[in-house]
Design a protein around this ligand. Sequence first.
Ligand SMILES: C[S@@+](CC[C@H](N)C(=O)[O-])C[C@H]1O[C@@H](n2cnc3c(N)ncnc32)[C@H](O)[C@@H]1O
Length: 274
Amino acid sequence: MEFMKNEDIEIQLLLEAIYLKYGYDFRNYSKASIKRRIKYRFAKAGLPNITAIQYKILHDKIFFKTLLLDLSINVTEMFRDPFFYVALREKVLPILKTYPFIKIWHAGCSSGEEVYSTAIILKEEGLLDKALIYATDINEIVLKKAKEGIYPIDQIKEYTTNYQKSGGNESFSDYYTAKYDAAIMDKSLKKHIVFSQHNLATDSVFGEMNLVMCRNVLIYFDKELQSRVIGLFHDSLVRKGLLCLGSKESIRFSEYADHFKEFASKEKIYQKIN
Ligand SMILES: C[S@@+](CC[C@H](N)C(=O)[O-])C[C@H]1O[C@@H](n2cnc3c(N)ncnc32)[C@H](O)[C@@H]1O
């Protein structure tokens, strides 16, 4: 039998404690990324070791919320990877246009920037009124920000550039109202989005989706959890439904690989075939 290192045992016990106490399941997240995040937090909190973190999360809910934010890595932006949104506009939307009603699931939507990006493109292509977007994340703090749809105005310049690179020809400022140092996303976009908490590791399918977008989330999971989640997306999609992953992600190694075909390989878009 091969014995584990003390540090790895401590991490495993910590993840078990988080699961038992709060129901958040990080046990199948990629070990390297989890280790980095946990180490960052214990150094920052001035704790002597990982076991001390375990004690603290069990007795201090606020500390747990901070750790949750660390573990769920929420980096995002509007029109992230603009080339992906060009494909969404030019290749995916023509297919969505053929449906009388469109259901889209943004899984792991973080603070919502990519959800509003999709809503803007749907609006420009005349599809928003027949669309419903489900936007979900495990983390209720970022989800609350997503629901509010209020972003720092100093990021808007970069988002405007991304929007233009993604094929946007309208005036990006039409989609938000500037107030002091904030940009408030337009109500006409929000009307078509339902935000809710959902854990890809433990919760179940969202039915009859025409499009599932889950970008830059699987990268934090180990192979087993990635496979579970791709299975979840497979069962959530209609036949010929489309699945979009992040640029460093793939379904190639999952047991569901044969149930999809590549639709746009550079942009990591797959189509369900059976
Ligand atoms: C790096 S962000 C990606 C945000 C966005 N999709 C993008 O590409 O810009 C990863 C998101 O996945 C969420 N996440 C992590 N584990 C999750 C889980 N088990 N279920 C649902 N969301 C999860 C995190 O909370 C975080 O908001």
